[in-house]
Design a protein around this ligand. Structure first.
Ligand SMILES: Cc1cc2nc3c(=O)[nH]c(=O)nc-3n(C[C@H](O)[C@H](O)[C@H](O)COP(=O)(O)OP(=O)(O)OC[C@H]3O[C@@H](n4cnc5c(N)ncnc54)[C@H](O)[C@@H]3O)c2cc1C
Length: 393
């Protein structure tokens, strides 16, 4: 067992670090960073920079315009990209596009890849993943899904309401998850359907005001009333939607961990700089045990998070599904990295509450990570069920 990076991984780490530091961070003061995320024109400018740098879409296979990075290489590159909240946007590895591209790469037909994956990988278009519904529909429990797809000639008609849909405003394609019925009206399970956007029968009724603001297009409520898709718009096979959701979710959870680790590192570095300089009671903050211990705890939390990420990346690189490992990594990272952001803010005192540093934003943005891609409680509950089934030994 070794933890050495390959020469290529080391070089990629350095290239992404330099790219984020020199090209991306200067955009953090851009007024096109709005309450509903960086605008599309800002995203376009950032994507163009990453493209020129040869750092766009590292996770997509080379045949479809990416760099074909394995999970371990992604762990290195995504962490470095997360050092700025704009880094993943620039490199086209932010949610939900990153997970959607992975799903297309794994499941889509060649024709679907040409239509959907190629322009996504090239950063020309954005996509959405439409699964969650307002209560009483699908949330933590996807089996509560109310959106329906019913046969319509050689295709399907889809109706239902989705919400918290990241990036909907301005997206040009969507993956819709719907409960599917056959001609006899029999429920044949959930399926994933592809649609170009905008589309007749689908409208964005509201862009939500949320405590985060780093996803282009924000998070929206989307209503479908007879959205028509052709038969070849099914992703994979009819009735296997929940299985494909797992194909998407296990790596997608882990890439969130990777990006947030970079963000936590940034918050920690800002806090360390402050604690080394700022004095209180004639002593540098860092020399007060109460502050120094917080910074030490930060490093331990980030170390634990990185080990969980690297281990899960290794499991996925062995071709294993990695569901259990990614569940554990998701809980470990979302909780540990939130503590890091919280301590960094505390060490900065009143400055931490202001937008004069990125720490305020990182702290605010990080909160949602304990909820999306499975709340911590649901992962713990699912692990507990496995423990019960498995017994000891
Ligand atoms: C910032 C953000 C972006 C998102 N983007 C998207 C997107 O692009 N597309 C999309 O489809 N969805 C998206 N979501 C939705 C997200 O996936 C859901 O919020 C998540 O699955 C939880 O569902 P819910 O909000 O309906 O919570 P609920 O199902 O209502 O659960 C509420 C709380 O109940 C508790 N709980 C639930 N089940 C259990 C259990 N078994 N044991 C113990 N406690 C439990 C948990 O604490 C949970 O937080 C996004 C969410 C956020 C916050």
């Amino acid at each position: 067992m070794g933890f050495d990076l390959t020469k290529e991984q080391q070089e990629l780490k350095e290239r992404v670090t330099a790219f984020v530091r020199d090209k991306v961070i200067p955009f953090e003061s851009d007024p096109r960073r709005t309450a509903h995320g960086p605008t599309d024109p800002l995203r376009d400018d950032l994507v163009a920079l990453a493209k020129a740098e040869g750092l766009l879409s590292p996770h997509v296979s080379e045949a479809w315009g990416g760099m074909g990075a394995d999970h371990m290489t992604k762990a290195i590159m995504f962490e470095a990209s997360g050092y700025s909240m704009l880094g993943p946007i620039a490199m086209n590895i932010a949610a939900p596009d990153e997970g959607n591209m992975h799903l297309f790469d794994e499941v889509a037909t060649e024709a679907q890849k040409e239509q959907y994956l190629r322009p996504l990988a090239g950063g020309e278009k954005r996509s959405v993943f439409l699964m969650t519904e307002p209560s009483p529909g699908a949330g933590s429990d996807p089996s509560a899904m109310l959106t329906e797809a019913r046969p319509d000639g050689n295709g399907w008609k889809i109706s239902g309401t989705k919400w918290l849909i990241t990036g909907a405003e301005g997206a040009e394609m969507g993956i819709v998850m719907a409960r599917t019925f056959d001609d006899a009206g029999e429920d044949i399970g959930a399926s994933m359907f592809l649609t170009p956007l905008p589309a007749d029968g689908l409208k964005i009724t509201r862009v939500l005001d949320t405590m985060d603001s780093s996803f282009t297009g924000g998070h929206a409520v989307v209503e479908m009333d007879g959205l028509r898709v052709d038969g070849d718009a099914v992703l994979g096979e009819v009735g296997k939607g929940f299985r494909y959701a797992q194909v998407r979710l296990a790596p997608a959870r882990l890439t969130h961990c990777m990006r947030w680790l970079g963000a936590a590192q940034r918050a920690h570095d800002i806090a360390c700089d402050y604690a080394r300089e700022r004095e209180a009671f004639k002593t540098k903050l860092i020399d007060h045990e109460g502050v120094g211990f917080q910074l030490a705890d930060n490093e331990m939390d980030m170390h634990t998070a990185r080990l969980a990420i690297w281990h899960c990346a290794w499991v996925l690189d062995q071709g294993e599904p990695g569901g259990r490992e990614s569940s554990m990594a998701k809980v470990i990272c979302s909780e540990a990295l939130y503590r890091v952001a919280d301590r960094a803010l505390q060490v900065l005192g009143g400055l931490g509450m202001t937008r004069d540093t990125e720490v305020e934003r990182i702290f605010r943005e990080m909160r949602g990570f304990r909820i999306y891609d499975g709340p911590s409680e649901v992962h713990r509950w699912s692990l507990a069920k496995q423990i019960k089934r498995r017994g000891n030994g």
